[in-house]
Design a binder for this molecule. Structure first.
Ligand code: 13P
Length: 257
């Protein structure tokens, strides 16, 4: 059995005070949640990490960053190391988000280095893969996913893979209101698991959690997560409000597979 994992990617939203308010609101709403059926992670911007960590202290809600650099320290102006993220209270880190690939030159090679560095410091990487609209329309979805997965995990063994979470985020569904249908999501999630089986083995592939991301809302979470290979969600816009994110988490916790 794979435990579902719902993560909120706050992207470049929320000042420190707004982040504290949102985290406090979620803490209140999710107080009674059965955390044995779902993992919950909040990923604020760097500036608010330690304040949100303080709010989440002694709760079952996890904390993640949205990116990381692969060196422990050094003259790398503007970068943030895994050591610093641990120090700020993070347990997770999103790596290779499509916005980083699209706007900041992220490649499979840099994703690979970031996964290695995160694992070295005990952070759980949430590794994003996904095709854009052009690639989907050209029938290249599976090839693109294969390229992202093989490149990102190159040289990494099953032990490393087992410590990561994968997020399938079709770029055409991010922030557009256009969600992949549950069947479309399942088709790609199943492909990802099949590919991991070929790259590693059946047991390893069967244990990896694969989140779906792209316009996830309270209205569509249950159906998405009801699919056999969809093990959670990486939520953008709907994670910025207490009502919508807590509704997503509660609905996900009620889905019995
Ligand atoms: P939206 O939920 O706003 O579509 O964003 C998805 C996403 O990119 C999460 O990482």
């Amino acid at each position: 059995m794979r435990k579902s994992i719902i993560a909120g990617n706050w992207k470049m939203y929320k000042t420190i005070n707004e982040a504290i308010d949102l985290a406090n609101g979620l803490k209140r709403e999710l107080f009674k949640l059965n955390f044995s059926s779902v993992d919950v992670v909040l990923c604020p911007g760097y500036c608010a990490l330690s304040e949100v960590a303080e709010v989440l202290n002694e709760t079952d809600i996890g904390l993640g960053a949205q990116d990381v650099y692969w060196q422990d320290e050094g003259a790398f102006t503007g970068e943030v190391s895994p050591v610093m993220l641990k120090d700020a209270g993070c347990q997770y880190v999103i790596i290779g988000h499509s916005e980083r690939r699209q706007f900041f030159g992220e490649t499979n090679q840099t994703v690979n280095k970031k996964i290695r560095a995160s694992l070295k410091h005990g952070l759980t990487p949430i590794v994003c893969v996904g095709e854009n609209l052009q690639e989907r329309e050209a029938g290249q979805t599976f090839n693109l996913i294969k390229n992202h997965l093989q490149g990102s995990f190159e040289g990494l063994g099953a032990e490393a893979l087992l410590k990561t979470v994968i997020a399938y985020e079709p770029v055409w569904a991010i922030g557009t209101g256009k969600t992949a249908t549950p069947d479309e999501a399942q088709e790609v999630h199943q492909y990802i698991r099949q590919l991991l089986k070929e790259m590693y083995d059946e047991e390893t592939a069967g244990q990896i959690r694969i989140q779906y991301g792209g316009s996830v809302k309270p209205e569509n979470i249950a159906e998405l997560i009801g699919k056999p290979d969809v093990d959670g969600a990486l939520v953008g816009g709907a994670s910025l409000k207490v009502d919508s994110f807590s509704a997503i988490v509660i609905k996900a916790s009620e889905v019995v597979k």
